[in-house]
Design a protein around this ligand. Structure first.
Ligand SMILES: C[S@@+](CC[C@H](N)C(=O)[O-])C[C@H]1O[C@@H](n2cnc3c(N)ncnc32)[C@H](O)[C@@H]1O
Length: 229
């Protein structure tokens, strides 16, 4: 049996892709290179091995969010926070507020979740106002979420993996709509214009804005603050 040219191109393309993918996975495992995004390594490896330390220069969104909460005296509210990092900066700072907010954070990283567990074992007051869910945000639905006064979607569009479509309920458009549905009247939803995928996220935000569903009410440093119409 002979393989025609187009087939052999196809096979060599697949082989090249598999080789590149296996190099990415090996670099990741060896800790020589830890991509910030799960693309190329898959969600399972990302969940098992990724962990994000606070990086004030390259990724200041959580720091700016805490500053924004303080500046606007946002206390005693319910907050959903997408992407806790291993530092849990938002939860730890919130604990020092006179009237802490009740925060539900989410992480896809087992190591970040373990660091939360370790913090709670030492700091027994922490979980009273700060809970962290280990889950893929794209698996959330209206049935699993309460309503919120404030939602951070700083990492919208950064972590969607189309190959996981059979494991999840949402894509980036439906995820944003889900959180808008869960936002209380006058609630605020915050985006991060410094996100690696802000161009893609901005398109989704602009589409909803053009449809009259949301409007921007504020900006703080690189954070854009919207509310529902
Ligand atoms: C780049 S880190 C930023 C962490 C923190 N916001 C900061 O700026 O320091 C991205 C965060 O999103 C979380 N994350 C990534 N993919 C996720 C997913 N599919 N579902 C839930 N959380 C996810 C990671 O676990 C991590 O905490």
């Amino acid at each position: 049996m002979t393989i025609d040219d187009s087939n052999s191109d196809w096979f060599s393309g697949i082989r090249r892709f598999a080789a590149q993918n296996s190099i990415v996975r090996k670099l990741y495992y060896s800790k020589l290179q830890r991509p910030d995004l799960p693309n190329g390594i898959g969600m399972s490896l990302y969940q098992a091995r990724s962990s994000w330390a606070l990086q004030p220069d390259s990724c200041p969104c959580d720091i700016q969010f805490v500053e924004y909460l303080k500046q606007h005296n946002i206390q005693g509210k319910s907050i959903f926070h997408f992407g806790t990092g291993e530092h849990h900066f938002v939860g730890l700072q919130n604990q020092r507020f006179g009237q802490p907010n009740e925060i539900l954070g989410i992480t896809a990283s087992a190591l970040e979740h373990q660091s939360y567990v370790q913090l709670v074992l030492k700091n027994t007051q922490l979980s009273k106002y700060y809970k962290v869910l280990f889950a893929d945000i794209y698996t959330l639905t209206a049935n699993t979420l309460p309503t919120f006064d404030v939602v951070t979607l700083f990492h919208l569009c950064e972590f969607y993996l189309s190959e996981n479509v059979h494991l999840i309920h949402q894509n980036d458009e439906t995820l944003l709509q889900l959180f808008l549905d869960k936002l209380r009247p006058d609630g605020r939803i915050l985006f991060y214009s410094g996100s690696q995928k802000w161009q893609a996220a901005e398109l989704i935000v602009q589409t909803l804005e053009a449809a009259g569903k949301i409007k921007q009410i504020d900006q703080y440093e690189s954070l854009l603050i919207y509310t529902k119409n």
